[in-house]
Write a protein that binds this ligand. Structure first.
Ligand code: F0G
Length: 439
């Protein structure tokens, strides 16, 4: 491993730890398993952080923005003091991920019921989704461990991201996706980055179950969000959001929920920021699921003790997941922050997406669920009007372009998509009527 910039004096020990209260077993970072070998529980990467001075750490992170070192250019590794599982000087596998904009969307905030709404656009990442934050972390860990073949099951974005980072690291990538159920754009990305794409089964859950049965046996490096190193990268989204807000904590932080890795990582990031004194209160985390794929919402709404898997149904294909593997970590995050959970119909998702477009912001359907859920919670009085809300848009508009056209009404298309003969008189007449409409 080549040495890059030396880390300031911030030595931390890192280990894996089972999240089950009754177990809490610790394992070394190079343990092969992604789940506790003792009890099957989910694992966290945990650190014994030293005492730090929050002001100097903030300043250091700020100063790195003007540096051209790879680790400083990355919106993940710029915060490396808080993900010190990678030894000092590690040659990280990065594509300059993170560094995404936080944008106020006033029209959408009004539409949602009069909240101060900003969106954190994770679609502005190298492969167009928030997965890149997690992928730089876990492919770097795969490289540290000397892995040669990486694998994931995916609704499309994880596969696109893994394929890119694996290509960069010189590893083979194998992805399992539900047959005919992921967008062409995401499939195209995985293929272009050289992954082997295995299309199987009807939904993510089936593909994931099959893959998990074979990973250990075949020595594949699994990068699904079951892999705790993925979540270490993804947690940096809250560091960026808070830095962009001069460390003012919003009232609510809203995310769409599928396999529930993202909300888990955000909860962990917030908890660490508070532990280290970088913030003194927490935003309430809000998880929004699509109604036809909302087992986590149902569990919370009914007060059930555990998740009941469902057959997932939604046009927001990225979150078409019926058996989310991270539900225990997500529940921990919701409880930690006194959070909320909501479910929204596909109609509500597409209405939110159309509203964001009026603010000039595009995203894929799953992302718009966060905004639809905000509106629903304001309407039911669970989020107060005037609240300071940040919604995470998880994926780029062009991840699913077919649906943007399919979802436009005939009337809208009649006004917007005009097929005109190449005749100057006809063209003039059409343009005149367009100009009349906007007068
Ligand atoms: N939004 C988008 C655009 C996604 O691709 C996903 C998950 C989510 C939200 C939900 O995030 O699973 O952490 O709760 N996509 C995964 C994939 C499952 O395979 O690309 P989560």
């Amino acid at each position: 491993m080549r040495r890059q910039d030396p880390r300031p004096n911030f030595m931390t020990s890192a280990f894996l730890k089972c999240i089950e209260q009754s177990c809490q077993q610790r394992y070394p970072l190079d343990a092969k398993e992604h789940q506790c070998p003792e009890c099957g529980g989910l694992l966290d990467v945990q650190y014994d952080f030293p005492r730090i001075d929050p002001a100097s750490l903030r300043l250091l992170w700020q100063q790195r923005k003007t540096s051209s070192a790879i680790t400083d250019q990355s919106g993940v590794w710029r915060f490396r003091e808080l993900l010190p599982f990678a030894p000092e000087g590690t040659n990280v596998v990065s594509l300059s991920e993170g560094r995404t904009p936080l944008i106020e969307v006033n029209r959408t905030g009004e539409w949602a019921g009069g909240v101060r709404l900003a969106i954190k656009h994770q679609g502005n990442n190298p492969t167009g989704s928030f997965k890149d934050l997690g992928m730089t972390a876990c492919i770097t860990q795969a490289a540290i461990l000397g892995s040669r073949v990486t694998a994931c099951a995916s609704t499309g974005n994880t596969s696109a991201s893994m394929a890119a980072y694996a290509a960069r690291a010189g590893m083979k990538a194998v992805v399992f996706v539900p047959f005919g159920k992921i967008s062409t754009a995401k499939l195209a990305q995985a293929l272009e980055f050289g992954a082997v794409v295995i299309e199987m089964g009807d939904n993510f859950d089936q593909a994931f179950r099959m893959l998990r049965e074979l990973t250990d046996e075949l020595g594949l490096y699994l990068v699904n969000s079951l892999n705790p190193f993925r979540l270490e990268g993804q947690k940096t989204i809250v560091f960026e959001i808070l830095e962009q807000r001069d460390w003012r904590v919003p009232d609510y932080l809203v995310l769409p929920g599928g396999n529930l890795g993202n909300v888990s990582s955000v909860g962990k990031g917030l908890q660490e920021l508070r532990q280290l004194g970088l913030i003194d209160k927490l935003p309430r985390l809000v998880v929004v699921q699509a109604e036809g794929a909302s087992p986590f919402y149902t569990m919370i709404a009914t007060g059930a003790g555990e998740i009941t898997p469902v057959q997932p149904r939604t046009e927001a294909s990225a979150i078409r997941i019926g058996n989310p593997v991270n539900w225990k970590k997500a529940l921990r995050a919701v409880r930690l922050t006194d959070g909320l959970c909501e479910s929204v119909t596909d109609e509500q998702i597409f209405e939110a997406k159309a509203t964001l477009a009026k603010d000039g912001v595009g995203c894929e359907p799953a992302s718009a669920a966060a905004v639809a859920g905000t509106q629903k919670l304001v309407r039911s009085g669970k989020i107060e009007d005037g609240a300071d809300v940040v919604a995470v848009l998880t994926g780029h508009q062009l991840k699913d372009p077919e649906i943007s056209i399919k979802r436009r009404s005939e009337r809208e298309l009649a006004q917007q998509r005009l097929h005109v003969e190449a005749d100057i008189h006809k063209l003039r007449a059409v343009l005149e009527s367009v100009m009349l409409q906007s007068a």
